[in-house]
Design a protein around this ligand. Structure first.
Ligand code: ZN
Length: 256
């Protein structure tokens, strides 16, 4: 199973983070026909129950909660009946809001994020929302106390907005270290997702995902989905400590 990580679906933003709508439609259609796409929470349950990640299955996730997901991704996800999880930056949903100040390739027009109404509309349409921290800071640069506070604030605010418990976290830029993983657990998350550029030791708070970027053709997406993923055999390993797992380093063009 591969957990795919998209960011935006946007025709105008020429960035690795913004897949073109037509490409996304082709990818979604192919995934619908040739893979079983699971809701993220269900995939985690299967992982725990079997201790193994089934072949031929994939999960769709989107980081950052860009406005264009509502415009370009939602209609495709609805039409193809594909489950998906969007990881939100909680502060963008406060009355004061937060500008998108965390991308390396901002483009010519200001980037915007989903409104509360759009989030709730998408949730009603079946989209799952989880946490992408409070303010998209590099969590590895925070003290443990600051990190716990950031992640807890995000979890509590999003849980209140969504009317249900938020328990999953995608680290900003996929960056984490031991103190960040411990902070995530302390802040009440059950699982956290990374975006490794090279082999990382997987765990409940270091679940790898594969990024899909602008310009990735269907062949590239097929390769990324088919690539041997977490070579784990037992759920103990996910909960276990220091075990190196050899994986091919993945080349990605950008992270956000
Ligand atoms: Zn991000």
């Amino acid at each position: 199973m591969t957990i795919l990580c998209y960011h935006s679906v946007d025709p105008r933003w020429e960035s690795p983070l913004a897949v073109e709508p037509a490409a996304f439609e082709r990818q979604a259609s192919w995934l619908r026909r040739s893979r079983r796409i699971l809701p993220l929470a269900e995939a985690l349950l299967r992982l725990d129950a079997t201790g193994r990640l089934p072949r031929g299955e994939a999960v769709l996730t989107f980081d950052d909660g860009f406005t264009e997901l509502h415009t370009y991704a939602l209609p495709v996800l609805t039409r193809e009946r594909l489950p998906a999880t969007v990881f939100l930056v909680a502060q963008t949903l406060t009355p004061a809001g937060q500008a998108v100040d965390w991308v390396d390739t901002p483009g010519t027009e200001p980037l915007t994020t989903l409104t509360r109404d759009q989030v709730l509309e998408m949730q009603d349409a079946g989209v799952d929302f989880q946490s992408h921290s409070w303010a998209h800071r590099d969590l590895t640069q925070l003290s443990t106390a600051e990190c716990v506070q950031d992640l807890r604030d995000s979890r509590e605010m999003l849980s209140e907005l969504l009317g249900r418990s938020v328990t999953l976290l995608a680290y900003p830029r996929g960056l984490h270290d031991r103190h960040v993983r411990e902070a995530a657990a302390q802040a009440g998350y059950t699982h956290s997702f990374a975006l490794p550029e090279r082999a990382e030791e997987p765990g409940d708070h270091a679940i790898p995902r594969v990024g899909i970027y602008r310009g990735n053709g269907l062949l590239t997406v097929r390769m990324k989905v088919a690539r041997p993923y977490l070579p784990l055999r037992t759920s103990e390993r996910l909960n276990g400590g220091a075990r190196r797992v050899k994986r091919l380093a993945r080349r990605v063009t950008s992270r956000g």
